[in-house]
Design a binder for this molecule. Sequence first.
Ligand SMILES: [Zn+2]
Length: 473
Amino acid sequence: MLLRFLLLNFFCLPIVFASNNLPDLGAPDLKDYDSHTETQLGQAFSTALHTHYDLVYDPVMLSYIRRIGDKITSETGKNRNFSFFIIDNPEINAFAGPNGVIGIHTGLIASAQSEDELASVIAHEVAHVTQRHLSRTFEYQDNVNAASIASLIAAILIGTQDPSAGIATYMGGMGLNIQQQLKNSRIYEGEADYFGIKYLNQAGYSPYAMGEFFGRLSKEMQIYEGTPPEILLTHPVTENRLAKANDRAAQLKTEEPSSYKSDTLTLIQLRLNFTTKTQTQTYNTKKLNTHESCYLKNLKQLHDQGSSTPQYDMKCLEAASKKMPKERLYKLLLAQIKTETGDRSALKDYEYLTSFYPTDFSIVYLYAQSLIKLNHKQEAIELLTKSTPTFHYQYLLYSALSKLYAEKNQKNYSYYYDALANYNIGNLPKSTFLVNQAQKITKNKNSKLYQKINQLKIELEKNSQKEQRNQPS
Ligand SMILES: [Zn+2]
């Protein structure tokens, strides 16, 4: 057997719940695990997500989820990695994998009634990361196969049967054991609530949102007597837990709610109808205001491009954009539709939007798509090359760049940017393969590209050396 876990019994951990003063439980003796194995596990986990599961790559939705994530993680005060992905799965669920890789199911996005509720679950998952719950659940012995363990953790956390069954057979009873460990820790859940509510409040959201969301789900379950959503299986809601969550929220000083209450979530939920395979229609059950109906109407036209010419209603979109000047989603859809209709003023709109929201990668992505559509491919290449390194999430942007070079038949560039895209999501084996391909066909060894290829190879080798250090000699 390749894998051996040393399972810790968390009920033996010296946790004392004092009402105001919870100790920070980031156990320092697990630091080694963090720096080497956890990075490696996080990369393997992220790779498993991208290769075995359906993710939502809609840049607007991803950017929105990451904005909420960034708001919360900036309040954690810990220098940790975080990345957020959307899983195309109608189960109401979210999870925290190794090394701060957080997954949000589309089912959760659809069921949240406010951004605060959605943020509360994200904050809860972020707290699982800052409190090191996953790495405290089990330690690894020497010869760890990161990819297998990461796949197993993904299968358990996402709650899918197939891959889990396959791996569980391979691992014997160990899979089940870990499953029990991951799912049944009340102490960890309490801790994630405690710190999550704190982050939530500091990020400007209602600290009551977590109790409200879990309470509502649990009540709905009692009325409908269905199978509980995945999130309730992993997060059993007890009276005691809800009471604790409310007490915790009441302890915190809440900020005055800002006068502008964003309702981006509704627009994001409308996007679910067009960006996922599994989500059933959400707009039938929602009461939409005029602007939201306008957004939906135009989104439908943009996505259902069948035989008939699309009937856009740009007037209502312009009105919505004027009435809600802080809502970038109306402006973005307007620019997308202008692009579709060949209106070149879209480029000016994108230019304005990128300068106004310089940290939003989705705007750069759509700007590049617009440049491509309006026959400015070289400018799209320049924009992507210049902007992508400034973002934390680079996968979509580098993939677009790789595609552009492939169309120009510059295969070495295409391989190189594809290698960077895969490096960004932790898929080191694929990145290594691609960068080697790029090197093979790059003839000019003095070129800038050749130097960049070498730099990436050095980065990749550093990572594999870390891996080797963990192997027994
Ligand atoms: Zn939890």
